[in-house]
Design a protein. Sequence first.
Length: 753
Amino acid sequence: MENTTLKLRGMSCASCANNIEEAIRSVPGVNACSVNFGAEQATIEYNPQQTNLEDIQQAIEEAGYSAYSLQEQEMITGETDAEQAARQAESRKLKRRLIFGGVVTTILVIGGLPMMTGVHIPWIPAWLHHPVLQLILTALIQFWSGESFYQGAWKTFKRHTATMDTLVALGTSAAFFYSLFPTFFPGFFLNQGLSPDVYYEISAVVITLILLGRLLENRAKGQTSEAIRKLMGLQAKTARVIRNGQEIDIPIAEVGLGDVILVRPGEKIPVDGEIIDGSSTIDEAMVTGESLPVKKQPGDEVIGATINKTGSFKFRATRVGKDTFLAQIVKLVQQAQGSKAPIQKLADRVTGWFVPVVIAIAIATFIIWYNIMGNVTMALITTVGVLIIACPCALGLATPTSIMVGTGKGAENGILIKGAESLELAHKLKTIVLDKTGTITQGKPTVTDFVTVNGTANSNELNLLRLAASVERYSEHPLAEAVVQYAQSQGVELSDSQDFEAIAGSGVQGYVSNQWVQIGTHRWMNELGIDTIALQEHWDRLEYLGKTVIWIAVNSKVQGIMGIADAVKPSSVNAIRTLQKMGLSVVMLTGDNRRTAEVIAREVGIKRVFAEVRPDQKAETVEKLQLEGKIVAMVGDGINDAPALAQADVGMAIGTGTDVAIAASDITLISGDLLLIVTAIQLSRATIRNIRQNLFFAFIYNVAGIPIAAGILFPIFGWLLNPIIAGAAMAFSSVSVVTNALRLRNFRPKTIG
């Protein structure tokens, strides 16, 4: 199976999204499809041996819509923003038709004032309300300004479906074509004792108002993608590449892997790479959120779109184009914005049958009022009102617009949300499980104590350190890195290791200089049957101080221990306290020994601790918490956290951690700051609250508006809803939903510190 995302054009309401989904699903080889009306995207999974993009696009076109795929490089560099260009073109088209419709409608309304008010207005000439003139003026609006409604209605009619275009076309056509009869056969109405009134202005005003609503909606929907444009704008436009000994400026799209690039003070780093010459401080706030510049020197990685501050350096490009860190962020945000949240399922089911039901209600309204009152004018006004006021758009936009703004806001705050389902589920969380090393702590442990067995000479200490570090150099664990850095600081030259093996949650082992070296936990030493009594007193002392202790055995005999300390992150205490104030239970889950874990837990205010837990047991521990009836989030950064991240209801990976952990997570916290967990949960709660507001308004609007338009209040108050007011209400219902969603752009996280 392959996955692809297509941008869609031509949708007018949520019913269009349902029609496109049906068209795509009918293509042989399509396994799954999800169309997001708010994001105007189709996410498709298909078998490339049975179908291709051309077949899928053709099916969409046959359904009356269009689809295209943006080039990844164009999306990354922002050189050609086809989506924005298409939206601007649509806005220009709407604006032209709206301006024309507005001018002509104003003339029609002024001419109809005497009839509508029942008052003679001297300055309005009688000919301005002549039915033939009104017919000519209205026809221009009906069939030019309102052309898109007829086109949309005809396309869906051919597929035996209906959309909002169908409702608008039917409603305005009813008013327009009914008015033709009193225009050309007024005597028939006079003979029946009826006034030969025309309703051209209703048709004209409704079309103009709906065009205004669509223009405002189009602009507002464009603002929901603002986060993507901001991310694209971070990318440098050019790079200064050294080729054949010469410095040349080339477009970012032409940078290749392995190119050597020169960066001067104040410039943006164009792509990801590794410094080979020079040093500098770099502002990585775009990635980590940290305001302080980071010192970089040869061998260090640099990230595209970050800003060089003081020095000048050369680096070799290691990731370009769609593989850069920024491009991956953009891709994740786009995927999240195009996904559907479970809360949207109800709205999707409703919009699936919404338009046919509204048409049935409109027909029933006409029949009932005509039979009861015998008044075709009243029956017509109520029927047109029902067709015009119904709005599936508001239902269709309620969820996706909030999701788009919410995920975009998350990216601005350094939170990458992989899908709408994760964003929705985060607001239900009851328990937050935190890994210790690299999550609560800095993840940059340092060796503070190195104790060997009694009587060991200094030269043997260095040799033992060489053996231990030579094995640890092959491990990705932060503790291993601490051992290697300590050895290097002591001037120890490392050796090669053979038969290296990492035992998850226990330690590492391998041959160095024909000696079997094992480094790991006290528990592992006991399991191996290795006697630890010689260093038991030192182990107790170091653990009491809250240090992590690793044991070193050579040829199955203990030779030394190391005490390793890892400072707590400055924000951890505040973040954990804030999470607890939000009603969440915070748990520590670590493979470290219990005594060290409890010291750290007391320091940060955590009461429940699971210590000495192996990686395979971490997922089991998360499952046990879930069996307690809790919605659980796991936060971790290492390979050993990946199973637990996948098991949790919501997996949150520290972005500074391993690729495996990030891949297994639902939400990535780009920096290591635990306050981002607070931000992610508060953002989820704000987004879901916003969605519920939108859905409430959309449902209430239609549930109340349609009966009122049908004349349910007439027997009580003798009042009918003017179709012009119905048209205005429909035009602005979807605009109000999108506007409410845009309020999420003002979201600010709240902490107690």
